[in-house]
Design a protein around this ligand. Structure first.
Ligand SMILES: Nc1ncnc2c1ncn2[C@@H]1O[C@H](COP(=O)(O)OP(=O)(O)OP(=O)(O)O)[C@@H](O)[C@H]1O
Length: 490
């Protein structure tokens, strides 16, 4: 009321009960359709049971078996069966642990985590993380699909609600990780509307990976699949050198040296047999490549004229070989009789960006660009190591078809190295721990998903062994310039 005037009270606005549409059907229609509705409900129940059996096969099979044995054979038979099954599992684990873990333990873990973590919390977490949607009073919820637990991570498949984008899930990665008691969460797009969330519980790459024994057989070296470490899924980390150019980026201490030496280690039998030739430039005065000069046909320990001449020499060789191969072959092969050449540049920026002499800088840049852009077919690979991935430093990053991001400082650096959108797919190289040098995110052109792996830990003692192994390596004549420039160790 205001003054003496009477104001009508607001009309009552209570929510009317919403009755289902079939409630208003005529009685006879309800009677006629009752049997049909019953059949539908029974079919639905059967489908739900089948889905339950598929999602929880271990629990369902064990439950049904225990029940049948108890009912038909009594409690003592059940005790004997349980003890025998336990003994069987212990023997399986003892005889072949990997298969037990994979097919037994992980299966049980999957069902346990699905039943105790994801199913009970899914609805609440997605609502609180604002990943559900409301429209006309109806709630749309993302559907929890397959769950697979692998011990160190849980892979959870999700069907997004309509009109949702993976970016909305990526923006909630931290919320989801904390909600499901995981260390971190990665989001991967499997197909339209279907995502896979990786809830990470521990790091399978926390321990260093020792180098394997050196092989004597050059035939074991496959230039398309050079094993340089182990991926987080336990598979070998395979790098393609033939037909590929490699850029390795990481802050100081990230383990760039281990990637580099892992490559040399695996190529060693082929280097010794003369099938592969290494050429190196180490502007840091030989601090890195000087640890095993025997591996290199030629190596320069500065970023001056010697380094530039070596680069130009290789660039000229690339062009010469390419002109000979033209019309005859499309890709280098062992049968050519010419060695596959790997140019290793430890700190590329010192050669193409930090060199104060503009003329040398430009010549070096032109030569490296020629080798990376044209070297693929005639059998030349570049392994370039760099600390700073900015465009001003390496303006031709796109020429490197395989990019390895070791520990980096900032998310923007990850985007520079791996390309746009790869970090959003989980490749958080800026989150790699300082305690795990050698761990990297790898992106190969043509492969949508980035891979996380750790390079072999090549210790000083291993480099001594490598030097001894390569001590009697075949020395090749380097075409083009008979007398090597100063600062080179042949
Ligand atoms: N793959 C690895 N596994 C375990 N430890 C590693 C690995 N790689 C490197 N390390 C250790 O990390 C430390 C730094 O490694 P490294 O010198 O190779 O890094 P870097 O990135 O080359 O550094 P810089 O830029 O200063 O040369 C060393 O103590 C080394 O033993």
């Amino acid at each position: 009321m205001s003054g003496n005037r009477w104001v009508d009270p607001a009309p009552f606005e209570g929510v009317r009960p919403r009755l289902p549409w079939w409630f208003f059907l005529p009685r006879w229609v309800k009677v006629v359709s009752l049997p049909i509705a019953l059949v539908v409900v029974l079919v639905w129940l059967a489908v739900r049971l089948a889905v339950l059996a598929v999602r929880y096969p271990v629990a369902v099979i064990c439950g049904v078996t225990v029940h049948l044995i108890y009912v038909h054979c009594g409690p003592w038979a059940l005790v004997i069966v349980v003890l025998s099954a336990t003994a069987g599992l212990v023997i399986w684990a003892g005889l072949h642990r990997p298969s037990f873990v994979r097919h037994g333990w992980h299966r049980v873990l999957t069902e346990w985590r699905r039943a105790t973590v994801y199913v009970p919390q899914w609805r609440t977490v997605t609502r609180l993380a604002v990943l559900t949607k409301d429209s006309r009073g109806k709630e749309f919820r993302p559907k929890l699909r397959q769950v697979r637990s692998e011990g160190w991570r849980d892979r959870v498949r999700v069907k997004m609600v309509p009109a949702q984008s993976p970016e909305q899930w990526e923006a909630r990665r931290d919320n989801l990780a904390h909600s499901f008691n995981a260390k971190s969460c990665r989001v991967r797009v499997l197909k339209p509307r279907v995502l896979e969330l990786d809830f990470i519980h521990s790091d399978p790459l926390a321990r260093a990976v020792p180098v394997p024994a050196l092989s004597d057989d050059a035939a074991t070296v496959n230039l398309k699949r050079v094993m340089v470490g182990r991926t987080e899924t336990g598979r070998p980390w395979l790098l393609r050198l033939l037909g590929s150019q490699l850029l390795v980026v990481g802050v100081p201490g990230a383990g760039k040296g281990s990637v580099l030496w892992s490559i040399v280690w695996q190529l060693a039998p082929a280097i010794r047999a003369g099938l592969v030739r290494l050429v190196g430039i180490d502007p840091k005065g030989g601090m890195e490549l000087g640890q095993c000069p025997d591996a290199f046909a030629k190596v320069v320990y500065d970023n001056g004229p010697d380094a530039v001449e070596l680069l130009e020499e290789i660039a000229a060789e690339v062009k010469e070989r390419a002109s000979r191969y033209r019309g005859i072959r499309r890709l280098w092969a062992r049968s050519t009789g010419e060695p596959f050449t790997v140019l290793i540049v430890d700190e590329l920026a010192d050669v193409i960006a930090y060199q104060t002499d503009k003329n040398l800088r430009d010549r070096a840049t032109r030569a490296v660009q020629t080798i990376t852009s044209q070297g693929r077919a005639p059998g030349f690979a570049v392994v370039a190591v760099v600390q700073d991935p900015r465009k001003e430093i390496v303006g031709f990053r796109h020429l490197f078809t395989t990019r390895v991001a070791l520990r980096l400082d900032e998310p923007v650096q990850v985007d520079m190295v791996l390309g746009d959108g790869v970090r959003q797919r989980g490749a958080a190289a800026h989150e790699i721990s300082e305690n795990t040098p050698g761990v990297a995110w790898i992106k190969q052109d043509g492969h949508r998903e980035p891979e996380r792996a750790r390079a072999f830990h090549v210790r000083d003692a291993d480099l001594v062994e490598l030097a001894l192994f390569l001590g009697d390596a075949t020395v090749h004549e380097f075409t083009g310039r008979p007398d090597g420039p100063e600062g080179m160790a042949a």
